[in-house]
Design a protein around this ligand. Structure first.
Ligand code: HEM
Length: 218
């Protein structure tokens, strides 16, 4: 079916633009700063940038995880088509977040980065989350799904849950004093993970039943 000019494609384009806005906003603020114009980066632009990109990364990651439950609730199969794009945006923001830290904070010193990974627990968690997301981004193509087979591909993509958990821990251990946002992200993640585990357990249970009983339950 030709999807060109259908509302579904327009909605996907709108979602693409919406997910690009945080990156455009931060680039715009930096352009203003470098041109000596008023901007929203405050007295510590590097910290503001890194935190803004970290917050965006974790939120887009959680949105990616929310797509399947949302599809189950609304029965809108089209949501599945958007999941890959949203997931790649999450990875994009993680990459920008890491780049801003490495470039603006550490002046591209890999030695300093390594020291941080070894010394600071929250950086260890953040870096591990990043590493876990790499195979997911690399296998996000249709070709990779065909090559791995849908079952192995799906199993590999469960890695998004430990990655998200490590990202939440990264945020929690980074925060000085009590901060509500790491807890809010943690609660959302536990809810989304529980949803998937219950769904998976139900599927396994149904697979053990004879088809007559299965029809009655569904
Ligand atoms: C999945 C990967 C990651 C996610 C989702 C993520 C997310 C976050 C979040 C939400 C924050 C807190 C922002 C705030 O307080 O408003 C943060 C802070 C931070 N992240 Fe990450 N992060 C990730 C990976 C990394 C990596 C790989 C590094 C560096 C190696 C890193 C370095 C930092 C640093 C240095 C801060 C603290 C900034 C400050 O104190 O000003 N993060 N990150």
């Amino acid at each position: 079916m030709n999807l060109k000019n259908t509302p579904i494609i327009h909605m996907k384009n709108a979602l693409f633009i919406a997910l690009s806005l945080p990156a455009l906003w931060i680039f715009w603020q930096w352009a203003m700063l470098l041109l000596g114009q008023p901007n929203a980066l405050g007295f510590n632009p590097v910290e503001t940038t890194n935190r803004f990109l970290g917050d965006t990364a974790i939120r887009v990651l959680l949105i990616t995880l929310a797509i399947t439950p949302l599809r189950d609730l609304t029965r809108l199969a089209v949501l599945t088509r958007w999941r890959r794009m949203v997931g790649l945006f999450a990875f994009f923001y993680v990459c920008l977040h890491l780049s801003s830290y490495l470039g603006l904070d550490l002046f591209f010193s890999l030695a300093k980065l390594w020291k941080d990974i070894v010394k600071r627990t929250y950086i260890t968690f953040g870096m591990t989350a990043f590493v876990l997301l790499i195979p997911l981004a690399l296998t996000s193509t249709n070709k990779a799904i065909r090559r791995l087979g849908p079952k192995r591909w799906a199993r590999l993509h469960w890695l998004i849950y430990p990655a998200a958990l490590l990202a939440v821990l990264h945020h929690y251990f980074m925060a000085k004093g009590f901060q509500i946002m790491p807890l809010v992200h943690g609660v959302i993640l536990v809810f989304l993970l529980t949803w998937r585990v219950v769904k998976w357990a139900k599927k396994r249970y149904l697979a053990t039943l004879p088809s007559k009983r299965k029809e009655n339950i569904i």
